[in-house]
Design a protein around this ligand. Structure first.
Ligand code: NOJ
Length: 756
């Protein structure tokens, strides 16, 4: 055994426990069409299927690099990405199916993270809706639009788990709860793939980045953190497992290394867990250039070694590193890669093409008529607006500053984000057109119509504000009855390669805000950003703050409707907002310490000398325009036996002056287990809309799946018998609790051991 093999084997043993390491499991034989085709293919034709070529990097039009067509004609492209547009993709499919020997159609992939042309709120904002039906519908619309433009494969959902808002890609993620991430992963896959993959308005989903890509060090992009087996099993993997169980047909192997082995060469992740343990039969695509990067990681000697490792580990498709297409033929001839391993990869790609119906009709998706009738449809924009309204989080609302009256005569809209169209859409806006975006300024004008003067000043740029800019903004605001301050990040400050070491408002925006707020007018700050920011100073001074995220095509209108009370703020934070960068990572599902804050004589408790132990806004936080009373959780049974589901009920009463929607969140804590468990973990949510004085009951289930975690002997399972604290309330910091006794069948002995 080489040292490298020993490391791998040790990790595999620890992670898998029960899975034997054997030779690669070969894909099962496919149907007759695929097997017949495979039998006819030359070595070069097979390798060509494994190559994925990028058309063009910008996302504004279907321009291509000049070699896309020659790659198709040379049989060196099984798929393309960053190409879209019905007429254009039809031409490409025509070329592949009529001008190559075997006429195999192309996979056409694209990064559609929050909409294709109709742009929905960024994924982190979508998570703030806690509304799986809305998320599924957004993905259905995204798939319907993208597929009409010829796209048959979407590089989403992004399911990286991160607790570090410095990492720019948290904007693409579901936030800090892996359990919520799993629910979102399922919903997204269902939305993208639809009822049948063959349907022309369905696309193959690609869950990415497998695995551990979000566990960065210091939030630095492309850095790999050290991930324990428990963190991998309890946090990183569950969203992927859920996506696979929901039928995702593709998984993208990550750039980062796990236990020293980068994703594309990580056979423990790709073969042992993904394929053997989870039964995944779809394709694995590398992230961009990741196969060649094995050399930079220092685990492959040269391109041939990189290609061999990636294919043998289970990576089927090489995105843009050209390693497979240049190296595999020699590797197969030299016997360094088995012909059967190559066949397995080709078979999986052909099966996906068959599942997508591409052999029956390669042009079904590339329909100019459907594209014209579908893309950017009015009802799609309405859905984007509805989702944006559900995603915005009212962080603060002192003395009922909001909603503003629609009778105001003069309103000032100030700030560098007030009229930024691209910044309204967000960082990964696919084929979205900034010209379609309704900015906050435009939204306010739409909402107040002719009844009020809407004054506007930028107050400088996102990065720089001069004293003259501030003076002009203050002068303008002084003339208004109410002020809306639009502050935040440029959309390109979030997303890939957009990590930040400071989470303060960029530039001098805080100074601008202070000067305007000092006028004492009713003022709301509307924030546009893709991550939790550090807002302690702003929170101290601003009477009201609405977190709008990057809200998409209709985002400015959605925000304006909330500000003037035509819609209610419904979002809840899917990620904790720290007080300072130094508190990171700070999250709701932390593990207990033997010296909890506030429970021992100071200073010998957990925390810092210079900042308190709590975040500024906890996970799940979000205010409404009314107030609710929520009773303690009640259980339909005091004891839950193995295989049973307990139902948790919570009484809710609207105690305020307006109709409103209450979000009730459900958390659990294993009071006693063989391993120390988090102090609370989200395991359910429900909402109820009530008129003033209205009462209602929400019910949330707890089954064994909600109790499961990675057990010391190496399997995902509910624990031995024990006491589970069940907590419910409006956010992760405001909870009431009750104890549920869990007694799986045959648990007498275990119960004794666990003290349960
Ligand atoms: C690199 C990103 O990490 C990945 O998410 C994306 O799908 C590919 N580039 C293709 O654009």
């Amino acid at each position: 055994m080489t040292p490298r093999t020993i490391v791998r084997a040790a990790f595999a043993a620890a992670v898998l426990a029960s899975v034997l390491l054997t030779a690669p499991a070969h894909a099962q034989k496919a149907g007759k069409r695929v097997e017949d085709l495979l039998a006819k293919m030359t070595l070069e034709e097979k390798i060509g299927q494994l190559n994925l070529v990028s058309g063009h990097h910008a996302v504004t039009g279907p321009y291509t690099r000049s070699d896309v067509r020659s790659a198709i004609l040379k049989g060196e492209a099984g798929g393309l990405f960053n190409v879209y547009g019905a007429a254009y993709t039809r031409g490409l499919q025509e070329m592949a199916t009529t001008q190559t020997r075997l006429g195999i159609p192309l996979l056409l992939g694209f990064d559609v993270l929050h909409g294709y042309r109709t742009i929905f709120p960024v994924p982190l904002a979508q998570a703030a809706t806690f509304d799986m039906a809305a998320i599924e519908q957004a993905e259905r619309i995204a798939a319907t639009e993208a597929s009409a433009a010829g796209v048959n494969w979407i590089f989403a959902p992004m399911l990286d788990h991160s607790r570090d808002p410095r990492w720019g890609r948290v904007v693409e993620s579901f936030g800090e709860s892996a359990w919520l991430g799993a629910r979102i992963g399922e919903a997204r896959v269902r939305g993208l793939q639809g009822r049948s993959l063959k349907s022309p308005d369905s696309v193959a989903a690609c869950a990415k980045h497998f695995a551990g890509n979000g566990a960065t060090e210091g939030g630095r992009e492309y850095s790999g953190g050290d991930i324990s087996v428990r963190a991998m099993r309890d946090q990183q993997l569950p969203p992927f497992k859920a996506a696979v169980d929901a039928g995702a047909r593709c998984v993208m192997a990550a750039f980062n290394a796990v236990d020293g082995i980068p994703g594309v060469a990580n056979d423990t992740l790709l073969r042992d867990i993904l394929r053997r343990e989870w039964g995944f039969s779809g394709v694995v695509v590398s992230d961009f250039g990741a196969i060649e990067e094995l050399i930079v990681h220092g685990v492959a000697e040269n391109p041939a070694d990189a290609g061999r490792q990636a294919l043998r580990a289970g990576t089927d498709i090489d995105m843009e590193s050209r390693t497979f297409v240049t190296q595999l033929a020699a590797l197969v001839r030299e016997g360094k890669v088995l012909a059967s391993e190559l066949d397995d990869a080709v078979r999986r790609i052909l099966v996906l093409k068959e599942e997508l119906g591409l052999f029956d009709d390669p042009f079904a998706r590339s329909s100019p008529e459907r594209e014209a009738a579908t893309v950017g449809r009015a009802d799609h924009f309405q859905a984007a607006r509805a989702m944006a309204e559900k995603s915005m989080v009212l962080l603060k609302n002192d003395r009922d500053t909001l909603p503003f009256s629609t009778k105001l005569q003069r309103i000032a809209v100030i700030g560098p984000l007030a009229d930024g169209k691209a910044d309204t859409l967000g960082p990964w806006a696919a084929n979205g057109n900034p010209e379609d975006a309704t900015t906050l300024l435009a939204g306010v004008r739409r909402v107040v119509g002719d009844t009020a003067d809407v004054l506007h000043a930028t107050g400088g740029t996102i990065d720089r504000t001069s004293p003259a800019d501030i003076a002009a903004a203050v002068k303008l605001a002084a003339r208004a009855e109410a002020v809306i301050l639009a502050l935040g990040e440029r959309s390109t400050m979030s997303g890939e390669s957009a990590s930040r070491s400071s989470l303060d408002l960029p530039g001098d925006q805080l100074a601008l805000a202070r000067a305007v707020i000092a006028l004492g007018k009713p003022t709301v700050v509307v924030l546009f950003n893709g991550r939790p920011l550090t807002l302690e100073d702003l929170d101290r001074e601003a009477p009201a703050i609405l977190e709008a995220w990057f809200p998409g095509s209709e985002g400015g209108l959605a925000a304006a409707r909330i500000l003037f009370g035509l819609a209610e703020p419904q979002g809840r934070l899917p990620m904790t907002f720290p007080r300072s960068v130094g508190q990171i990572p700070i999250y709701h599902d932390e593990r207990p310490t033997g010296r909890p804050a506030g429970q021992q004589p100071k200073p010998y408790t957990t925390g810092y000398q210079d900042v308190g132990p709590t975040p500024l806004y906890p996970f799940g936080h979000g205010l409404t325009y009314t107030t609710f009373f929520m009773g303690p959780p009640r259980l339909d049974r005091p004891v839950m036996a193995g295989g049973e589901t307990a139902t948790v009920s919570v009484d809710v009463m609207n105690t305020g002056p307006r109709t409103g929607t209450a979000h009730v969140q459900l958390y659990i804590r294993h009071r006693l287990a063989r391993v120390s468990r988090p102090v609370k973990e989200l395991r359910g949510f429900a909402r109820i809309t009530l008129p003033p004085g209205g009462v209602g009951i929400v019910k949330m289930p707890i089954g064994e799946a909600e109790l499961a975690f990675w057990q010391p002997e190496g399997r995902m399972a509910p624990p031995e018998a024990g006491r589970i604290e069940v907590m419910a309330g409006p956010d992760s910091a405001t909870l009431k609790s009750i104890i549920l006794e869990y007694r799986p069948s045959g648990s007498g002995r275990q119960a004794q051991r666990s003290g349960g």
